[in-house]
Design a protein around this ligand. Structure first.
Ligand code: B12
Length: 164
């Protein structure tokens, strides 16, 4: 599925597996974190729409609304992820279509090392389903989270008759 974004970019997913929307935040120009995460998420069985770095909040919200992804993954490493995350997740949750979509953030979220438990709680209270700060549960925790989302999406097949 191809999405034309307001800032002129085009986001494309191959269209076979459920889609994860991956994005940097408005202030953050780092790119390799997004490349790494795209490869990891594809390895976990999803198509990825990667919006890239420096994504304005409105572009992110619009792309999520149009794509209706199975999950939204936000990455930030420049040290402003806590503030950017608090702001943007409110805008995502204000969109009716994204009220129940799993949304996570991770990376190097602050300028003074690992986020405090209180900051992580604030991000969750603001709307994130999980926070993967580099100092904390990191990639292993993220893999577990993706697996739990996948399991929750699996259709119930107990009552389906198998053809002879
Ligand atoms: C390359 C680089 C740049 C390049 C980026 C080029 C590009 N196109 O990407 C340039 C020169 C542009 C740059 C600029 C800046 N940078 Co810089 N940069 C780096 C550097 C050296 C490598 C980053 C990288 O590519 N790593 C490889 C990728 C694969 O790994 P990663 O980014 O670490 O991401 C991993 C994890 O964070 C995690 N992760 C990330 N997101 C998520 C999300 C989820 C959900 C999960 C589960 C995990 C996860 O998984 C990834 C793989 O392990 C790091 C230092 C370092 N050695 O890491 C600094 C670093 C990230 N930069 C830093 C800073 C401060 C800046 C600037 C503010 C500097 C300045 N004063 O101008 C600007 C910010 C510009 C902006 N607007 O964002 C700091 C951030 C400090 C902080 N967070 O506290 C770092 C850590 C350097 C440092 N030690 O101070 N940078």
């Amino acid at each position: 599925m191809e999405t034309q974004l307001r800032d002129g970019r085009t986001a494309v997913a191959a269209g076979r597996a459920p889609v994860v929307l991956l994005s940097g935040v408005a202030s953050d120009s780092h790119t390799w974190n997004l490349v790494y995460l795209q490869l990891l998420i594809e390895e976990l069985g999803y198509d990825v729409v990667n919006l890239g770095p420096c994504v304005p909040d409105e572009v992110l919200v619009e792309a999520c609304r149009v794509q209706d992804p199975a999950m939204v993954v936000i990455s930030s490493v420049n040290g402003h992820g806590y503030q950017d995350g608090l702001r943007v997740v409110g805008k995502l949750r204000a969109c009716e279509r994204l009220v129940a979509t799993p949304v996570v953030i991770g990376g190097k979220l602050g300028v003074s090392g690992e986020q405090s438990a209180r900051n992580v709680e604030r991000l969750v209270a603001a709307g994130f389903d999980a926070v993967f700060d580099d100092g904390g549960n990191g990639i292993a925790g993220f893999r577990d989270f993706v697996a739990s989302v996948r399991a929750a999406r699996r259709p119930m097949v107990e009552n389906v008759e198998t053809p002879a």
